[in-house]
Design a protein around this ligand. Structure first.
Ligand code: AMP
Length: 218
């Protein structure tokens, strides 16, 4: 299974990517998490991308493509992967297709997680992310709160509010998403790969995941 997840910031891509990766036993490749980890470890890549992330801007295509191609050259993705947060532009989508073609591979499906903008803003401002493993919690929903406030259930890491989750930066991230998403959806729709799944603050991640699996089975 080679799966791409599309969706606005806060739509729940990260959570669905994790569930898909566990279900199909394939690696979860999340560019946002990769960049944030590099930034907090103060690596050369981190220093390159830090400014873009802080401002809610996209990291330039050449950097993102280089990092993803490198990741997709590892042996563990030979039988599949879930891509979360990549591609975000048509140029990135083209580069991904070319990189896969070179290896005689192609994508199986692209799932777009759709949610209303008003719900996204509410969600994003209540989101807490594990600094260590990237697991996402949401203090808005009882079932998505950590057992102990501020501590990750999975690894014991510290839960923080991402510095790109303040109202100004959220607005900018949503603006950029709205600008790029339509051409990206058209690109995959033309290839017959696009499937849309609805999410909402009234649905649990497990409910959305059942809909994702149903879309994959169609
Ligand atoms: P995310 O956690 O997926 O919302 O990503 C956080 C930030 O990482 C984004 O706001 C961008 O600055 C950067 N980023 C992640 N993936 C990409 C990508 N495919 N293209 C450009 N920038 C990206």
């Amino acid at each position: 299974m080679r799966i791409v997840l599309l969706g606005a910031p806060g739509a729940g891509k990260g959570t669905q990517a994790r569930l898909l990766a566990t279900h199909f036993m394939i690696p979860n490749v999340g560019t946002g998490h990769m960049f944030r980890a590099a930034a907090s470890a103060d690596t050369e890549l981190g220093r390159e991308v830090n400014k873009f992330i802080r401002e809610g801007a996209l990291v330039p295509d050449d950097i993102v493509v280089r990092i993803v191609k490198e990741r997709l050259s590892h042996a563990d993705v030979s039988s599949g992967f879930v891509l979360d947060g990549f591609p975000r532009t048509v140029l990135q989508a083209n580069e991904l297709d070319e990189a896969l073609e070179e290896k005689g591979r192609k994508l199986d499906v692209v799932i777009s997680i759709e949610i209303k903008e008003s719900e996204l803003i509410e969600r994003l401002s209540h989101r807490r992310t594990c600094r260590h493993c990237g697991t996402v919690y949401n203090t808005l929903f009882e079932k998505q709160r950590p057992k102990e406030e501020g501590v990750c259930d999975r690894c014991g890491g510290e839960l923080v509010q991402r510095n790109d989750e303040n109202p100004e930066v959220i607005k900018e991230r949503l603006r950029i998403f709205n600008e790029n998403n339509e051409p990206l959806e058209k690109y995959y729709s033309k290839k017959g790969l696009l499937k849309k799944v609805g999410a909402s603050n009234y649905l649990t991640p497990q409910h959305v995941f059942a809909d994702v699996l149903a879309a994959l089975a169609k």
